[in-house]
Design a protein around this ligand. Structure first.
Ligand code: ATP
Length: 265
């Protein structure tokens, strides 16, 4: 197995604060990671480094075998699928859903040429089907529900057949059925050996899909624990990271967390 990510002492300094602080992290092919931590832990900043959109202030980051700072970021980016709220905001609301996915093959939003390869057309259709949104292919993106949009965004992120897929809070803003549909789609993706390495950022253990294998727990820019999910996702680790006593339960491939004592007691 070859290394997909190798971070050593990765630090991002903003002002007088290390918002990512000496992060060591190693990811191998085939692994499915969750990055979990409270608000402001540094998750989104860390993901910007993995997505080859930011350099560390210090430390070394090898992404897909390329050392950031010594490689052309523009050549590296197409090998990385990335879905985030900030990228989703750039999708034109009048874009037809099929084109939202298809245009990712050319690294653009907004259809700008008429002659797409048949191969690309087929891949876009397959991805829409895989995320159960094939029936929406002719609709304008802006008319979709939030849950449908999230699934289209992930299909778009997979369009270039990336070696690594980064998902920044994909379930944020979804209602219960939207969340559960998304968790189901991500569980299928996690279970498919042909899928790229998956890295999913979340605040909520309830959003971790079955099939995710590893967890990096981040708080205040620092790694509190990292490794196989069953070893790391303990009440002690979670309580320390979130700064309150928590109970953790696990069943049916899913996780639950709640305060050990009701509020106010
Ligand atoms: N450019 C910047 N300058 C100064 N501080 C920054 C900058 N970018 C982020 N921060 C701060 O760094 C910390 C980590 O931010 P980041 O968005 O990475 O955290 P997060 O774990 O993704 O948070 P959330 O879960 O709330 O989205 C926050 O306190 C944020 O205010």
């Amino acid at each position: 197995m070859s290394s997909v990510l190798d971070l050593k002492g990765v630090t991002v300094r903003r002002g007088r604060k290390n918002i990512v602080d000496k992060v060591d992290w190693h990811v191998e092919e085939g692994e499915r990671w969750v990055v979990l931590g409270p608000n402001g832990a540094g998750k989104t900043t860390l993901l910007q480094i993995l997505a080859a959109r930011m350099h560390p202030t210090s430390g070394t980051a090898d992404v897909l075998g390329e050392r950031l700072g010594r490689t052309d970021m523009f050549e590296l980016r197409p090998r990385i699928g990335f879905s985030s709220a900030a990228l989703a905001d750039k999708i034109p609301p009048h874009e037809v859903v099929r084109d939202v996915v298809l245009t990712a093959a050319y690294g653009v939003t907004g259809r700008w040429r008429e002659d797409y390869e048949e191969f690309d057309e087929r891949r876009a259709a397959d991805l829409l089907a895989a995320f159960d949104v094939a029936q929406l292919a002719d609709r304008e993106y802006g008319t979709l529900s939030e849950g449908e949009r999230k699934r289209v965004q992930i299909a778009r992120a997979l369009m270039t057949d990336p070696e690594m897929l980064l998902l920044d809070e994909p379930a944020a803003g979804l209602d219960l059925s939207g969340r559960e549909e998304l968790v189901g789609a991500l569980a299928e993706l996690a279970g498919d050996p042909a899928s790229p390495v998956l890295i999913l950022v979340t605040h909520h253990v309830e959003e971790i899909p079955p099939g995710f294998t590893h967890l990096l727990l981040l708080a205040d820019g620092r790694v509190r624990a990292a490794g196989p999910i069953e070893d790391v996702l303990t009440a002690d680790n979670l309580s320390e990271a979130f700064g309150l006593p928590l109970l953790v339960a696990h069943g049916g491939g899913r996780w639950l967390a709640r305060a050990a004592r009701p509020a106010g007691r």
